[in-house]
Design a protein around this ligand. Structure first.
Ligand code: EPU
Length: 420
């Protein structure tokens, strides 16, 4: 296993190019299962999760060819059952179920199970499939859905924590090939859902309302191949913005979408970080002392749960008390105990973390527990005195394209080594 060795205390300075969005490209790759014709997807980040989705689609019978930052997927003939162990390994792979059901009128996938960030149920995905007329069963570790015909319906997809991103994606994909009109209410509004809807429309689907809580999908007989470029990764962009602030640096984000980042930039502004926009370049600059901000994670356009850990790392460097409340995933605080190893003072009270910031952090060996927690530890390590070793970097490689190389280009002293 590999680790990152970070010598902290260097302000990050320079330009960083933002890659394509992991959480957009995964369902878009799955959506290519909806047609026999080839789909070419561009601005595909080289991530282990993306490679993995390629393996899942290949197993199902699709031809998947990566070339530079593109992938061409041709799903001439596909199986109705996904590989149990492959799917189980990556929670995001649940989004193959909707397209399989839409195309074949049957789908069997292994249940994703829980993970370190929370329970990750799929009850809302299944509720949506049932509303479209599918019979849904769970047995032997598989969720199965099958129908003679899928028929458009009115579906309320709100859950305990609000909308569901992949649940919306799954039901929307299945509904593209249903008969009649489907209306999804309390749909997720995330830019990744909008990107998927745009891709599906480019394939010949008829979807309106993407980006709002009400999606209308008029079923069509078939979809066709297309070429498409995915949106930039707003979570990657926010991570570099926070890293710039944490290190007293000045970083220009190239290719990021400002309009996808309002909630994050608003909080960074509140913390005393300057954000300037010039054309498509966004420059993030820390001028003086940071100020504490309180944060509550919410579905889009609220503050993203995928940035909660990184923002917590920043708040540990901020004199004063900030309260960070996690409303999407119940146990997404695994980074707290690792940040404590670097000297952070954080207390967990129910869904909130109370960060008493401002004490200097000092480097230590720490362990990444999930993708965004790893990013938080890297940020803390970049700001800490001395050397931080972040172990289990494979978590980071799931969702950040060449993070160590990009950080090195910004001046960070960071090195990838074999874990010792
Ligand atoms: N939920 C249910 N029932 C369901 C589905 C979800 O109760 O059937 C609950 C979840 O337990 C959670 C909430 O709804 O409390 C929101 O979960 P959601 O379904 O939106 O999450 P997801 O679609 O499984 C995607 C991203 C996550 C990101 C969340 C929230 C992908 C591949 N994953 O997951 O990304 O945190 O949306 O924005 O798109 C990451 O990139 O690090 C990551 C975890």
């Amino acid at each position: 296993m590999e680790s990152l060795l970070i010598k902290g205390g260097v302000p990050l300075c320079g330009d960083v190019t933002i890659s394509g969005a992991k959480n957009a490209v995964l369902p878009i790759m799955a959506a290519a299962l909806l047609t026999r014709e080839p789909c070419v997807i561009r601005r595909v980040p080289a991530l282990s999760d993306v490679k993995f989705m390629g393996e899942i689609l290949t197993w199902l019978g699709a031809q998947v060819r990566f070339e530079g930052d593109s992938v061409c997927i041709r799903a001439n003939k596909i199986k109705g059952t996904g590989d149990y162990d492959l799917i189980r390994k990556m929670r995001g792979s649940i989004c193959i179920m909707g397209p399989m059901l839409g195309r074949l009128k049957k789908a069997a996938v292994s249940l994703p199970g829980g993970c370190v960030i929370g329970a990750r149920p799929i009850n809302l995905h299944l509720k949506g499939f049932e509303a479209l007329g599918a019979r849904v069963t769970i047995a032997n570790g598989y969720a199965r859905a099958s129908a003679k015909r899928l028929i458009g319906a009115e579906i309320f997809l709100g859950g305990r924590a609000g909308s569901t991103v992949l649940g919306t994606a799954n039901v929307m994909m299945a509904a593209t090939l249903a008969e009649g009109v489907t209306v999804i209410d309390s749909a997720a509004c995330e830019p990744e859902v909008v990107d998927l809807a745009n891709f599906l429309n480019a394939m010949g689907a008829k979807i309106t309302g993407a980006g709002s809580p009400t999606l209308t999908i008029t079923g069509v007989k078939q979809l066709h191949g297309t070429e498409y470029e995915v949106i930039p990764d707003r979570i990657e962009a926010a991570t570099y913005a926070i890293a710039a602030a944490a290190t007293h640096g000045e970083v220009t984000l190239r290719g990021a979408r400002y309009d996808h980042l309002h909630a994050v930039f608003d909080k960074l502004n509140g913390a005393g970080v300057r954000i300037d926009r010039k054309g498509s370049a966004i420059t993030v600059r820390r001028n003086g002392r940071l100020k504490p901000v309180d944060i509550t994670t919410l579905p889009y356009a609220g503050f993203p749960t995928d940035i909660q850990a990184q923002m917590m790392a920043l708040m540990t460097l901020t004199p004063g008390i900030s309260i960070i409340t996690e409303r999407i995933f119940e146990s997404r605080f695994m980074h707290v105990s690792e940040l404590a190893r670097l000297g952070a003072d954080i207390e967990i009270e129910g869904p909130s973390a109370i960060v008493k910031g401002g004490k200097p952090l000092s480097g230590a060996p720490v362990m990444a527990s999930d993708l965004r927690a790893s990013a938080a530890l890297v940020i803390a390590g970049l700001a800490a005195r001395g050397t931080t070793q972040v172990n289990r970097v494979y978590h980071l490689d799931r969702g950040y394209e060449q993070m160590d190389a990009k950080l090195r280009k910004l001046g960070a002293r960071i090195q990838r080594i074999e874990e010792q």
